[in-house]
Design a protein around this ligand. Structure first.
Ligand SMILES: Cc1cc2nc3c(=O)[nH]c(=O)nc-3n(C[C@H](O)[C@H](O)[C@H](O)COP(=O)(O)O)c2cc1C
Length: 339
């Protein structure tokens, strides 16, 4: 441990020459609150040396740095144009800075995307860095390939983290054993898109997966003609054993805890193709909550829930609800959160 600390301190001493001068003291009479950039700058100064992590392909790389300046409200760091660190940041700008506070037992984690200064700003910053470290002018002589490349962290997040937060967890084997929260699936059949619109809003509102029950043979307008007793839908709906084929396979229902099943009301109940879906997945629906919902021309759910329960006897089938075509996401979410 002692050896590790000594090595770390040696690294800090090596880069101490890079550390910037402390900022002038603020006007004691009218202290202004420090911006996040000023706070980060203070923490970097307090640490003396800090560490910049980059990715070299799939290999993490860390190195100590010391130079930093607040210019135009941003904290800037500098790296040599000829160094691997610069090459890595250009290839993958994601990076992280860590600075350990010598006192107070806290450390800074500052994560973001390296955004290099360009044009006039680049010239200005390079000069600021070199003026603070004139001995480096021999190395960073501004000739091509030998420039000081200044960057800040864009889209950044900075955290000041206690070394020993209260209630630090040393061992927790229960988390791995706890079951993952069950996902929800919204499955829906829709002949003309009305129920599909509601179902998609519902899925988006509750963060559920969406699956459309698509008939192998689509229902044409003639097929859906409820006034014609000979139409496909009239024939199917008159035959309780009718099971129109579904195109493609249903998703694996194993991951889902709740399955919302949406459909248009046909002849005061769920269309036969919904029976195909429920019956065909009865085993997979065992133990799950199944929640029917529908749109219609005005009728309610009728016996839909009872019929679905009979086809999936081991599922917990809720009564369900009919929605208007313009049901809002809020209405749908409030309702769905009840299951
Ligand atoms: C064959 C058929 C039968 C229907 N039966 C009923 C019914 O019994 N009661 C009702 O209110 N609406 C009925 N409708 C109207 C639909 O339920 C309604 O238009 C629904 O919102 C359409 O949804 P979709 O666009 O998702 O298919 C029926 C429609 C069709 C095509």
């Amino acid at each position: 441990m002692k050896r590790t600390l000594t090595t770390l301190l040696a690294a800090a001493a090596c880069v101490a020459a890079f550390a910037q001068q402390p900022a002038p003291a603020a006007d004691a009479a009218a202290p202004t609150p420090k911006t996040p950039a000023m706070q980060i700058d203070d923490l970097l100064s307090g640490a003396g040396a800090f560490f910049l992590a980059t990715a070299d392909g799939d290999q993490p790389k860390l190195r100590p740095l010391g130079a930093h300046h607040v210019v135009d409200g941003k904290v800037w760091l500098g790296v040599g144009e000829f160094k691997n660190v610069y090459r890595q940041l250009v290839a993958n700008p994601k990076c992280e800075v860590v600075a350990l506070q010598p006192e107070g037992g806290k450390w800074l984690r500052w994560t973001g995307r390296a955004a290099f200064a360009e044009g006039e700003e680049r010239e200005k910053l390079e000069e600021i860095f070199l003026e603070a470290m004139p001995h480096l002018r021999k190395i960073y002589d501004k000739s091509p390939g030998k420039r000081m490349m200044c960057f800040t962290l864009a889209d950044a997040r900075a955290e000041l983290i206690p070394l020993m937060p209260p209630g630090e967890v040393l061992l927790d084997e229960t988390a791995a054993a706890a079951p993952a929260p069950r996902k929800a699936l919204v499955a829906c059949f829709s002949a003309t898109g009305t129920t599909k619109g509601v179902a998609e809003r519902l899925a988006a509102a509750i963060g559920a997966d969406f699956f459309e029950i698509v008939p192998e043979k689509p229902y044409t307008a003639a097929d859906r003609d409820w006034r014609n007793q000979e139409s496909r839908s009239s024939v199917e709906m008159a035959d309780r054993a009718s099971r129109p084929a579904i195109a493609g396979a249903a998703p694996d229902l194993a991951d889902y805890g709740t399955v919302y099943v949406g459909f248009p009301i046909w002849w005061y109940r769920e269309p036969s193709i919904v029976d195909t879906f429920v019956e065909g997945n009865a085993a997979a629906l065992a133990g799950k909550t199944v929640v029917p919902f529908a749109t219609s021309g005005g009728s309610g759910m009728g016996d839909s829930a009872k019929n679905i329960q009979a086809l999936a006897p081991d599922a917990k089938v809720a009564e369900g609800r009919r929605f208007r075509a313009d049901a809002t996401s809020d209405d749908l979410k409030t309702w769905a959160d009840g299951f």
